[in-house]
Design a protein around this ligand. Structure first.
Ligand SMILES: Nc1ncnc2c1ncn2[C@@H]1O[C@H](COP(=O)(O)OP(=O)(O)OP(=O)(O)O)[C@@H](O)[C@H]1O
Length: 312
């Protein structure tokens, strides 16, 4: 596994957040490298929003430390304008129209780019003079996404920004994010359930489950953990024999199988001899399987060691 040696934009150590009956974060230690796009993934209720809210200083931890660009973000006037947190349930004043929301953002973020913002407003067809409160869910998401992009904050969090956006608008968001990021590199943390849709954008995956980090790995390494083989069923079965199968589909005599593990040089040769196709692995399938497997192992470990007693 390669180690991410880029300097950290965000460093989180031993972070916990407990509510009365819930432990939303449970000793999270993780770093997000500077000027990269990170995917923050996990099932519903895993703790993604809580983690981003605490890093963005919109919530307080019960325990642990956070540093953003070398500073403690909470009540820190120096760091707060460097961060932009885009969330679906963003509240705006009752009378605020979209143009007021953009104006407020332009004043809050020193790197705000009006030219880019106006282009995005046209692209997403945002009715600027409509009150945000009266907008459709997709239009509200578009307002939030435009602010997140045009702010060009040094650290930007997009918490499931696609909620309500149709397929065309989502693609537009991915395209504009990638284009603008390549011209103006910055640190982006993107939480999403549509893993395969964002797979080409993200360089690093942080996967959390029940408030703990299950996986923190470059996407490239993650993809290397499995292979997908397509071809004659008997030939695919020969090469994949004895391996853990993540996914299998058959149509007539053709089978498409994804298995865990790398192929040896010998196996690669066999793949060529048998005329099989090697295809990229679905990150979504891989992550779903790893989440299920690792959280089951952890639950077993916890029950053996009595972890979590007294919390429920
Ligand atoms: N204000 C709160 N009071 C009590 N419990 C909370 C509060 N906020 C979050 N939680 C709980 O903390 C846990 C983590 O929630 P969080 O919103 O961070 O998850 P998430 O990974 O963002 O989920 P989703 O993908 O569904 O948005 C959940 O069990 C949630 O019910």
């Amino acid at each position: 596994m390669s180690v991410n040696t880029a300097p950290a934009a965000i460093e989180v150590a031993g972070l916990s957040r407990r509510y009365r009956n819930t432990t939303a974060l449970d000793g999270v230690t993780v770093r997000f490298a500077k000027d990269q796009i990170h995917g923050l993934l996990g099932r519903n209720g895993a703790g993604k929003t809580t983690l981003m809210s605490i890093i963005a200083a919109q919530d307080w931890p019960t325990e642990g430390q956070v540093r953003v660009l070398g500073h403690t973000p909470h009540e820190n006037e120096q760091v707060l304008p460097m961060m932009c947190f885009v969330r679906e349930d963003q509240r705006y004043p009752d009378d605020a129209q979209a143009k007021h929301a953009f104006k407020a953002a332009s004043l809050a973020y020193e790197n705000w780019d009006w030219k880019f913002a106006n282009r995005l407003i046209r692209d997403f067809r945002v009715p600027e003079k409509t009150k945000v409160k009266k907008m459709s869910r997709g239009q509200k998401s578009a307002v939030a996404v435009i602010i997140g992009l045009a702010a060009r904050a040094e650290v930007t969090f997009f918490d499931e920004p696609y909620m309500g956006l149709d397929a065309v608008a989502r693609q537009l968001f991915y395209d504009r994010l990638l284009e603008d990021y390549s011209e103006h590199p910055r640190t982006v943390v993107l939480s999403s359930h549509l893993i395969d849709e964002i797979a080409h954008l993200i360089e690093n995956v942080v996967l959390i489950d029940s408030g703990r980090v299950l996986l923190d790995e470059p996407v490239e390494d993650l993809r290397d953990r499995a292979v997908t083989l397509v071809g004659r069923s008997d030939a695919v079965a020969e090469v994949t024999a004895g391996r853990e199968v993540l996914n299998q589909e058959s149509m007539g005599r053709i089978t498409r199988t994804t298995v865990l593990g790398r192929l040896s040089e010998q196996e690669h040769q066999r793949v060529r001899d048998l005329d099989l196709d090697l295809q990229p692995v679905s990150l979504q399938q891989l992550i779903v399987r790893l989440t299920t497997r690792q959280s089951a192992a952890r639950d077993l470990n916890d029950s053996n060691h009595g972890h979590g007693e007294g919390e429920k």
